[in-house]
Ligand binder design. Sequence first.
Ligand code: PGA
Length: 249
Amino acid sequence: MTQIRPLIAGNWKMNGLTASLAEASTLAQALAAQPASARVALCPPATLITQMSRLLDESAILVGGQDCHAEPKGAFTGDISAEMLADAGATMVILGHSERRALCGESDDTVRAKALAALRGALEPIVCIGETLTDRESGRTLEVVSAQVRGSLPDALAGVAFAVAYEPVWAIGTGLTPTLEQIEEVHVAIRGLLVERFGTTGEGTPILYGGSVNAKNAADILKVAEVGGALVGGASLKCDDYIQIVRAA
Ligand code: PGA
């Protein structure tokens, strides 16, 4: 079995001003004193990427963006390209988060184009997928998630580093989580699809769980078969909580 180094990624969403960088410094100090076994990332709002990358330059913490446009540049007011994120110091990018799928109308095709852009910009994509409560209640979870895996991941990911984040939409920011059995069922299905599609790359791709991960439930979730890390929203904003999740991996 391929040994996968877990990835714990913090998604700050639209939270964080310059003062919040203190949390990143505290995290870096804690990890310098006691290194983590997992890879650790923070994805702040775009306005903080340059400052955070400089601050964490000597640390083991990776910095990522939360989205990128599919094009490298052009007349797209308000958007940011993968190249711009990399130029600001990011080495990874979250793509297809359910909030962007729901609020900005991103489809699997959009997310696939963005994943190609991430590769073009030398960023490691973290591609998010996950079912809604209606999907789950109508027994369509595996069908929906499988379609998202097929549609959101470009063939070009074969041979490169990327991650998939399984985030049930109904678990994000709600304090609700699936049972460990439900998490395992979906992660095992995703692994099967990744291996079928990408061969050995698919064997080694971390599959993160996301949705109400916190300091209390992280250890149990991270032990589930095929869970290769976590995408953490609210609990990544404060170093005290986030470090406990990082240490649980
Ligand atoms: P949450 O968010 O941990 O606050 O539920 C997770 C996410 O949206 O990535």
